[in-house]
Design a protein around this ligand. Sequence first.
Ligand code: IPD
Ligand code: CA
Ligand code: CA
Length: 273
Amino acid sequence: MTSVDQLHNFLDIATQAVLEAGAVLKTHQGKIKTIQEKGRPGDLVTEVDKKSEDALLSVLKRHLPDHAILAEESGQHKGKDSDYLWAIDPLDGTTNYAHGYPAYCVSAGLLVEGKPVLGVIYDPSLDELYRAAQGLGATCNYQPIQVSTTASLQQSLLVTGFAYDRRETSDNNYAEFCYLTHLTQGVRRGGSAALDLVSVAMGRLDGYWERGIKPWDVAAGTIIVEEAGGRISAYDGSPLDLQSGRILATNGLLHDSLSQTLSQTPPLESWAN
Ligand code: IPD
Ligand code: CA
Ligand code: CA
């Protein structure tokens, strides 16, 4: 069992880590030297992703040497205490960053026995720091935040994303994107899963879904949404499995209708013209 004092301590360490990594992103904004593809077309990595990850790792390892870490760029870092696992994304929104589009962030989430219990996200462009821990609420720049009260899909503004394997599968979220664009006030494609989640937590957006996401994309954002009063699950409403790659996050009020719509989305060719 993690005590409240421990959670506060972990929050402060993760805050220092994301702020130091965020400073790296700010320093190098617009000055990237190398952009490579990690295998799939469009799946970019820059030297800044790696520098930012080094900054995160250095703070976490210095203060919490026993904790394990799953880092997007360098993989697994073992720790003596395997109950605690940090899932970290040093630059969520690399494509945006590489193009100079100011929607990216640093994300650090703590899983205890596989479940997200604490998350810290820093958005350098808006200078917004998001923090949450189980039972302690969610904040933006240390002010409490809450999800929206939008209760119908017709009145909602949603966000989604498209995984890097989208050209290789027909299960690529295109049909769901178009169908929900039809049924709502709009569907945004933010380009940073972590920022999509905090936008739901802030009440700026009402719901988010995506397939093909990785634990480091959403570990922090899920607990921030829950602590802001929202709901997180798999597409069908069952508990989120971080390994499954499918996530549904809403203000709670829209959860069942969005879940149902995702399961009933007709193929594109049957209605769009
Ligand atoms: C990506 C972003 C994007 C999402 C992709 C992620 P990256 O992370 O979160 O919004 O649609 O699935 O992989 O590559 O920028 O860290
Ligand atoms: Ca990511
Ligand atoms: Ca990343």
